[in-house]
Design a protein around this ligand. Sequence first.
Ligand code: CP
Length: 316
Amino acid sequence: MKNFVSVADVDNINALVQKALVYKTQPLKDKTLGADKRIGCLFLNPSMRTRLSTQIAAENLGMEAIIFNVGHEGWALEFEEEAIMSGNTVEHVKDAAPILGKYFDILAIRTFPSLKNREDDYSELFIKQFIKYAGIPVISLESATLHPLQSLTDIMTISETFKEKRKPKIVLSWAPHVKPLPQCVANSFSQWVNAWGEADFVITHPEDYELSAAFTQGAAITHNQDEALKDADFVYVKNWSTFTDYGRIYSNDPEWMLTNEKLQLTNQAKVMHCLPVRRNIELSDEILDGPNSIVTQQAANRVWAAQAVLSEILNA
Ligand code: CP
């Protein structure tokens, strides 16, 4: 594996999931694989799970992990080619990235979308510029449109939880939120579940919340949440802002929040969310504190997914 920025970087999803599951039972089995190597984790945006799980994963492989909160502590970076830098940006990625390529063996980057200009966000300019100029492998810690480490974790969590000899029914269900959020997690989850091909996959959201067809193609899509939830084995709850009229909130309908009553429609579905979650807006207390929630297991698995990806890159 050269870089890890989308499912397209993965040859065999099940093999990568198996690798993550082995690390879950034997965290230190490759404790010298990354000896004398260093990973730089650059955060242009906040994080808890991604930052800490990647750091722990690197250390389990014997790597040194250096965290740099660029958004708070670094120079404001410019990403546009041929920019005349008379505004707020101080350093071009073309100058910064090659230096990072000398300091580190692997670079990992979190860069959220602006949610102002869809074309710019969906061009994935920031992460592409790091790949172009760093000269070392790049891992996405969540980019403008995708969150692959989260999605690998999600498939791993579903795989280890579902033991029946049939395909699980997985429902991605939109949830209300008070702020416009990126489409990354929903895009990425759709992309990975579709590429995995081992589930009946349904996406449900209110009208006007369509995701990009580039990621959802292959899934059934309905505006009827009750219909979607019927017989579901997993419900992945997530808010996203509008894609077509980009980055807006059209609906905050609390009827879309998953409750125990709605869960009755499912096949005792396990409930997932990438976290952080706004309680009693996106997901009810009764679900999050109830027996069907697997959000803590899911977040804990972030370590093993990150470790599997780092291991693949170190072995390349
Ligand atoms: N799920 C996730 O990426 O969490 P953080 O934003 O805390 O890293």
